[in-house]
Write a protein that binds this ligand. Structure first.
Ligand code: PMP
Length: 326
């Protein structure tokens, strides 16, 4: 089920159906499996929402063919939307603060998107405001707004989760995933709880992020290096529903950095820091199931590895911790 054995008409048809692979460092008693999202054509989990959200907005008439999608995004989401937009006759514009990865911006442009930079010092808030200003100026433009759009979680409810349950014949004891927008975890958690309300659900965030104190304060600076997960402004993360989550696991930059190298060296997994954080948290949940501390319906933990380390080589992901941390 993880391969596409018949010829396909478009690269968009290769989104999803990614492999589910064992994490070998898991304890003997409990299996841990990771969904390898770098197998998507734009090499990240965000290809799923790019395709799903644009197709849904076109179906509903919220967006017309020939219209424009405008999203403030620093990374993988832009690539996912650009890829889908290019194949669905939609123009794509991304508003990106200058400091974000040049590689990702190059890929968005290569896929036909326009990238507009905003000054680094104005933060993501300015990029968001600019996206809405641009949408007001154009006739048929929409801002999907992945942080507040239920279609984001729905993409994972409709695709990622069923793929996992099919691969494991429904025997899923725990779901563990990093939270950026929280779309990936929320879509999977909702599906999992419908299959079995006792399924254990853990969110993963970097130390210094605020999902674990959802009503918490709003420090305005990134205090961690792990990319793609965590929040500093719980107000903008409208998708995160604490009632679907049993635990929020925090992972340090140092532990994630070490796990990135371990996964490459020992398991041949070329994944980035958010995947490494998910791997550590999933192994921790597996240990707690093995010890009887967590009572999960099956001895199987599933997590998601959102993208590949190749996207972060220039940021020193395989260099020493001090060099990576900058
Ligand atoms: N890891 C990486 C590398 C990401 O780009 C993202 C998306 N921000 C995530 C994890 C988290 O996914 P989600 O937004 O669905 O919570």
């Amino acid at each position: 089920m993880t391969t596409h054995e018949r010829p396909l008409g478009s690269v968009l048809d290769t989104v999803g159906r990614t492999p589910l692979v064992a994490v070998q460092a898991a304890p003997d008693e409990v299996s841990v499996y990771a969904k390898l999202e770098s197998f998507n054509p734009g090499a990240s989990v965000k290809d799923r929402i790019g395709k799903y959200m644009l197709e849904a907005m076109l179906d509903r008439g919220e967006l017309e063919p020939g219209g424009t999608v405008i999203e403030p995004t620093a990374g993988n989401t832009g690539i996912g939307f650009a890829l889908a937009a290019g194949q669905l006759d939609v123009d794509a514009v991304f508003v990106v603060p200058e400091r974000f990865s040049v590689e990702k911006q190059q890929l968005m442009r290569a896929l036909g998107a326009e990238v507009i930079n905003t000054p680094t010092e104005d933060g993501m808030e300015r990029a968001i405001d600019r996206a809405y200003e641009l949408a007001d100026e154009l006739d048929d433009a929409v801002v999907p707004q992945q942080f507040g759009n239920p279609l984001n979680a729905e993409a994972h409810y409709e695709t990622t989760a069923p793929e996992i349950y099919e691969a494991l014949d429904g025997q899923v004891g725990a779901i563990v995933a990093g939270c950026g927008t929280a779309g990936t975890l929320m879509g999977m958690a909702q599906y999992a709880r419908e299959q079995d309300p006792d399924t254990y659900v853990a969110a993963v965030e970097p130390e210094g992020s605020l999902y674990s104190e959802f009503e918490g304060a709003h420090p305005d600076e990134d205090e961690y290096k792990i990319e793609g997960i965590g929040t500093h402004d719980t107000d903008t993360n409208e998708l995160f529903d604490p009632t679907l989550v049993d635990d929020v696991v925090q992972v340090s930059d140092r532990a994630a950095h070490a796990e990135v190298s371990r996964l490459a060296g020992e398991e041949g997994q070329l994944v980035a820091s958010s995947a490494a954080a998910a791997s550590i948290a999933a192994q921790g949940v597996a240990d707690r199931i093995a010890s009887g501390e967590i009572d999960a319906p099956y001895d199987t933990v599933v997590t998601v590895f959102p993208d590949s380390s190749e996207r972060y080589l220039s940021k020193g992901i395989y260099r020493s911790f001090e060099e990576w941390e900058g």
